[in-house]
Design a protein around this ligand. Structure first.
Ligand code: PEP
Length: 251
């Protein structure tokens, strides 16, 4: 049985004290959750140490939103994977569309970052997804296939066990426009087929694939009912503990 996960990407939101309060609220409400869903929160870098402390002893895992593409040294403004581990992270999100779009994150760079993260012992949530022009031109399958191949085909089956994929159609992120459950499911199934062609059916079946893009309590149930959707990467709705937990309860 592959793992079901609901992960919250807080992006560049909350102060440290707001983040700690949010983490505590999520941790407290998570106590009542008994459906086997793994919860993860990804606060900004500045919050990690304090949020790790707030989550101690809880069921909620801690993730970063990005990491540096070098191990250490003269890279002003960057945060290395060993610093994330030291701060208490078990995960990092990589390849979010906002990083691809605004910060020039390329598939080539992601190969380096995924390697560094895995070698440091972090799990990786790798984001893929097409933008609106690509969807309207009917290129969504090609775009997602290329992202999966360009990054993940450089890794071994063993590495893949520590990688979760998040399919996030860019046109659905923060726009209120959710992909329909059928639109999401067809890409999730396609990602699984793409993985199966390289790593075999068994590994593809074991890989957790999350949906992200305006997922909220009102639509999570329908999305998570699809057979290839194993949970969600949640932006806006992860900033309210009640909504985040309600999404996790949708399983
Ligand atoms: C995201 O940025 O990962 C995301 C899914 O955002 P939202 O839920 O706000 O669309």
């Amino acid at each position: 049985m592959r793992k079901k996960i609901v992960a919250g990407n807080w992006k560049m939101n909350t102060t440290v004290s707001e983040g700690v309060a949010l983490a505590k609220a999520v941790a407290e409400k998570a106590e009542g959750l008994n459906n086997g869903v793994g919860l993860i929160v990804a606060p900004p870098f500045t919050h990690l140490v304090s949020v790790a402390e707030a989550l101690k002893g809880s069921k909620v895992g801690l993730s970063a939103q990005n990491c540096a593409d070098h191990e250490k040294g003269a890279y002003t403004g960057e945060v290395a994977v060993n610093m994330l581990v030291d701060a208490g992270c078990a995960w990092t999100i990589l390849g979010h569309s906002e990083r691809r779009q605004y910060y020039g994150e390329t598939d080539e760079k992601l190969v380096v970052k995924v390697r560094l993260a895995l070698d440091a012992g972090l799990g990786v949530i790798l984001c893929v997804g097409e933008n609106l022009d690509e969807r309207e031109a009917g290129r969504h399958f090609d775009v997602v296939k290329a992202q999966v191949e360009n990054v993940l085909f450089n890794f071994s089956a063993e590495d893949m066990k520590k990688i979760v994929i998040a399919y996030e159609p860019v046109w659905a992120i923060g726009t209120g426009k959710t992909a329909t459950a059928a639109q999401a499911e067809e890409i999730h199934a396609f990602i699984r087929e793409t993985l199966a062609a390289k790593f075999g059916k068994e590994l593809a079946e074991e890989t957790t694939i999350l949906y992200g893009g305006s997922c909220k309590p009102s639509n999570a149930k329908e999305l998570f009912a699809e057979k290839d959707i194993d949970g969600g990467l949640i932006g806006g709705a992860s900033l309210k503990a009640d909504d985040f937990i309600a999404i996790a309860e949708a399983f």
